[in-house]
Design a protein around this ligand. Sequence first.
Ligand code: MN
Ligand code: MN
Length: 317
Amino acid sequence: MMQRSMSDSHAVMEPSAADVAAARAEAAYLGLALGDALGATVEFMTPREIQAQHGCHRTIRGGGWLKLKPGAVTDDTTMALALGDAILAANGIDARAIGESFDAWMRAKPVDIGNTVRRGIIEFRRTGRLAAPPSEHDAGNGACMRVLPVALATLGQPENAVRTACRVQAHLTHNNPLSDAGTETIVLMVQDALHGADRDVLIRHRLQPLVAAFPLFDPAGKREENPSGFIKDTLRAVFQALLDTDSFETCLINVVNRGGDADTTGAIAGMLAGALYGPSSLPEPWLAALDPDARRACAVQSRALLAQACSNTTGKL
Ligand code: MN
Ligand code: MN
């Protein structure tokens, strides 16, 4: 009897796989916001300029070309929240619901907005079009930076369904095979990490196939400095930072000090590293500095998206 009651209480204490995934999902969402807020200070600076002005930049302090308040986030986070709102309201990935949410987001005058994003939303507003025409010029990182809610909402679904969902949200503004391949890879990496995969698994199962199909994403070779908004430059910087470090904090410091599109490399590295290293890896001073409304919105939305994923897969995340 004694044995039995002990093992029963042990079973109650053990967190379920769904609880672990939910905690990591929240860390991924907070990681996105932390990377955005940290990187925004040095966006469009070169590594040399960052070094001269900040030494090693490792404090969430606002400023930058957007003259942000300390802890403020930018379009990377607010557009993800707009995407997540649409997924929650429609109980799934619905292009029109997402387009309307992006339109409302743009009307609210976000602090920054990319050219391809602006053009895509204006076309949606004018014509109701749900997918931009394929374009070799639309290989920016705008579809990737905001994609995290898709990773959370489709957790537990077959890989093909996940990839399709990625493209539905991406093509509202960016319809390009490099953007698609990079964005889908980030989503699948985040999902693997939520399921407990370590960094080596992400590299073998997700990064290596991406590089085999599109060798320009290969993180080997030249160090990515001053990465542009081109998805190839952005993701090479993120992959190099992930490979060169072994914690959330060092990964984010590594990537944002490369300068360039630093809020976006920070946001993407943040979602990946948050999912990979989990909630206890997020630096307390960074969380304390983060805009409280953004922090709350990310936490609340991550839980709601995971609950939706759970109910849509009848609990088999
Ligand atoms: Mn931004
Ligand atoms: Mn940016």
